[in-house]
Ligand binder design. Structure first.
Ligand code: HEC
Ligand code: HEC
Length: 496
C-alpha cells in the first residue's frame, strides 16, 4: 500500500505565480527500495539490519518545532532569564508555507539542524554545564552553548533541548569562535546514560549490542558500575563520541559536515551511500528521530530491536508508530539544503614557498591517489584488515584495493560496520581534530609521527579501550619523510 505520493510537490500559489523555479520536488525519505540500496550490509555473512516499513514510518507524527532560546554559560545568563521564559507562550517556528525562496529553505534547514529531539527537565542544566566546563569546552563568544538549547513547548514549561544535529556538529574553538557543521566539541559524557547502573547498562546495550557476534564486547557492561561506565566516557576526547551503533569501547570521530555535498559515502565505514539529497535525508532519519537517536534504534538488528531494550524494558516489539515523532519530509529537505550550503570559515593559512614544498611532498608520497584534489578524497572505500571483499561489491561500490591497515574494530565488529573505511577528505584539517576514525591522534604532527606504530605509544587523542599505551596502527603514508618535509607537508595540508 502506498500511503505517500512518490514525490511531494510543494507549489505555493505565490511561488507558481512568481516563477516555476521555486517549486520543489522533494525526494521520498522512507522509500524502501532506495533505502535498501543506500545501505551497505554488515561484514558478516547472514547478518542483517531490517528497517521499519514505509507504512510504519509514515504513521509516525510530523515533528512540531517550537521557538528555541539560547542556553548561557552560568556566568553569562541574564538576570531573570528563566523566569521570563517560564512566562513565555509557546510559539511554533517551522512553517512550510513560508518556504518560497532558496534562502528561506536554507534558513529553515538551519533551524531543523539546531532543533533538539530530546527534551530534558531544566533541573539537569547545572549538571550539563559542569560537564562542559570540566571537559574544557568553552562557551561561544556570545556567552552561549550552541550545543544546547531551551524550548517552551507549553506555557510554564521550560525544557532543556538536546541531541540536535548542532549538538554534535558545532565546533567551538578555544577563542569561542563557532564553526557550524564542523567536527563538534561535545564531551561524550554529556551523552550520558542516566543516574543508575541498571539504566546505564540497558542504554549501553541498546546503543551498542551486536547480536551476530559470538562474543559481544558490550556484554562487559553487565559487570560494570555506573561509575566505571562513566569513567570510560569521560576519557573520550571532545570531537569523538560513542554514537549509537559504534561502541562504548570504540567511539568514533565526529566528521566535518562542511563539504558533505561532494562526499559519496557517509560515516567512516561508508555505511550509507550518498547518491543524492534523498540519501542524505535517509541518513538524517536513520540517525535522528524519536526515540532519541533515530530509525536505527527501531530497526530489527538480527532479531534485536534496540529501542525495545532501553529505558528499563526488554522486548523486541515496536512501539505504536503514532506514539513517536520524526522529521517531516519538508523538514528533512530543508535540512539537506542547509547542509549542502555549509561553507568553511576563511582560511588564515595562505600559500607560501613552504606550502609549495609541502604540496610537492604530497605528490611524491602518492597521497593524491586516495586524497585526490580538488576534494582531497577519491570518494572510495578501502577494505579493513581481515575483510574479504565480496566479488559483487566491486560492481556496486567504488573500492580502492589498498588495505590502509588502521584498527578494524569499528568496521568489523559494530552495527555501523561494513568491512570498509572510506577515504576522508583532507579539506578543513586546519580547524579540526582529533584525527583517524577513532580520533586516536590529536594533531597532524602526531598522525605523521612514526612512533605511533609502536605498542609503547601513548595516543594523544582517544587512548583506547582500557589500555595505557597502544599502537595507532596503519596508514603508513608519509611516515618515512624527513622532519623538514613533514613540516612542509603539514603546512600544505593546513591550507586545504
Ligand atoms: C550524538 C552526536 C550526534 C548527533 C546528535 C548527530 N550526529 Fe551526525 N554524526 C555523529 C558522528 C559521531 C558521526 C560519525 C559516525 C560514524 O562515522 O560512524 C556522524 C556522522 C554524520 C554524517 C556523515 C558525515 C560523513 O562525512 O561521513 C552526517 C551527514 C551527519 N552525521 C549528519 C547529522 C545530522 C543531519 C544530524 C541531525 C539530524 C546529526 N548528524 C546528528 C554525531 C552526531
Ligand atoms: C591508499 C589510500 C591512501 C593513501 C595513499 C593515503 N591515505 Fe590518508 N587516509 C586514507 C584512509 C582510508 C584514511 C582513514 C583511515 C581511518 O580513519 O581508519 C586516511 C586518513 C588520513 C588523515 C586523517 C584525516 C581525518 O580526518 O582523520 C590524514 C590527515 C591523511 N590521511 C593524510 C594523508 C597524506 C598526507 C597522505 C600521503 C602522505 C595519505 N593520507 C595517503 C587513505 C589513504
Amino acid at each position: 500500500m502506498e500511503r505517500t505520493p512518490r514525490h511531494i510537490r510543494i507549489l505555493t500559489a505565490a511561488a507558481l505565480w512568481i516563477s516555476p523555479l521555486l517549486s520543489q520536488t522533494i525526494p521520498l525519505t522512507w522509500d524502501s527500495a532506495a533505502l535498501a540500496t543506500a545501505l551497505l550490509p554488515p561484514p558478516v555473512a547472514g547478518a542483517k539490519i531490517q528497517h521499519v516499513s514505509s507504512d510504519y514510518y509514515y504513521r509516525m507524527r510530523d515533528r512540531v518545532m517550537y521557538r528555541r532560546y539560547p542556553v548561557y554559560a552560568a556566568k553569562s545568563e541574564p538576570a531573570g532569564y528563566m523566569q521570563k521564559l517560564a512566562a513565555t507562550e509557546p510559539e511554533v517556528t517551522f512553517d512550510a508555507t513560508k518556504l518560497q525562496t532558496e534562502q528561506a529553505w536554507v534558513k529553515a534547514g538551519r533551524e531543523v539542524f539546531r532543533y533538539p529531539i530530546a527534551m530534558i527537565p531544566i533541573q539537569a542544566l547545572p549538571a550539563f554545564r559542569s560537564i562542559l566546563e570540566s571537559a574544557g569546552v568553552p562557551p561561544a563568544k556570545d556567552g552561549t552553548y550552541p550545543q544546547l538549547t531551551l524550548v517552551v513547548p507549553k506555557k510554564g514549561q521550560v525544557m532543556l533541548g538536546f541531541l540536535a544535529c548542532a549538538t554534535c556538529h558545532t565546533r567551538i574553538q578555544p577563542d569561542g569562535a563557532v564553526i557550524e557543521g564542523a567536527q563538534g566539541t561535545i564531551p561524550d559524557l554529556l551523552l550520558g546514560f542516566g543516574n543508575d547502573t541498571a539504566t546505564a547498562r540497558a542504554f549501553a546495550k541498546g546503543l551498542f549490542r551486536v547480536p551476530w557476534l559470538a562474543s559481544d564486547p558490550i556484554s562487559r557492561v553487565d559487570t560494570m558500575t555506573l561509575e566505571q561506565i562513566n569513567a570510560i566516557k569521560a576519557a573520550v576526547p571532545t570531537g569523538v563520541v560513542g554514537r549509537h551503533g559504534t561502541s562504548l569501547f570504540s567511539p568514533v570521530q565526529i566528521p566535518d559536515l562542511i563539504g558533505i555535498k561532494d562526499r559519496r559515502y557517509l560515516d567512516h565505514t561508508g555505511q550509507v551511500r550518498h547518491r543524492d539529497m534523498g540519501d542524505l535525508m535517509r541518513y538524517a532519519a536513520l540517525n535522528n528521530a524519536t526515540p532519541p537517536a533515530g530509525m536505527d534504534l527501531l530497526a530489527n538488528v538480527g532479531g534485536f530491536i534496540p529501542a525495545g531494550n532501553m529505558n528499563g524494558k526488554s522486548d523486541n516489539a515496536l512501539p505504536p508508530a503514532e506514539s513517536l515523532d520524526r522529521y517531516s519530509e519538508v523538514q528533512l529537505f530543508a535540512l539537506g539544503k542547509f547542509l549542502y550550503s555549509l561553507t568553511p570559515p576563511p582560511n588564515p593559512n595562505q600559500a607560501s614557498p613552504l606550502t609549495k614544498q609541502g604540496e610537492a611532498v604530497f605528490q611524491q608520497q602518492g597521497c593524491g591517489r586516495c586524497h585526490t584534489p580538488p576534494l582531497y578524497t577519491s570518494n572510495k572505500l578501502t577494505p579493513a584488515v581481515g575483510y574479504k571483499v565480496p566479488e559483487a561489491d566491486r560492481k556496486i561500490y567504488d573500492i580502492e584495493p589498498t588495505v590502509v591497515g588502521t584498527d578494524p574494530t569499528l568496521t568489523m565488529t559494530t552495527r555501523r560496520g561494513t568491512g570498509y573505511y572510506k577515504v576522508p577528505s583532507l579539506r578543513g584539517v586546519w580547524y579540526r581534530g582529533p584525527f583517524e576514525h577513532n580520533g586516536s591522534v590529536a594533531t597532524l604532527e602526531d598522525w605523521f609521527n612514526p612512533k605511533r606504530l609502536s605498542p609503547e605509544y601513548v595516543p594523544t587523542g582517544w587512548k583506547g579501550d582500557g589500555v595505557e599505551k597502544r599502537a595507532v596502527q596503519g596508514h603508513p603514508f608519509g611516515l618515512g619523510i624527513t622532519a623538514a618535509e613533514k613540516t612542509a607537508l603539514i603546512a600544505f595540508l593546513k591550507t586545504l
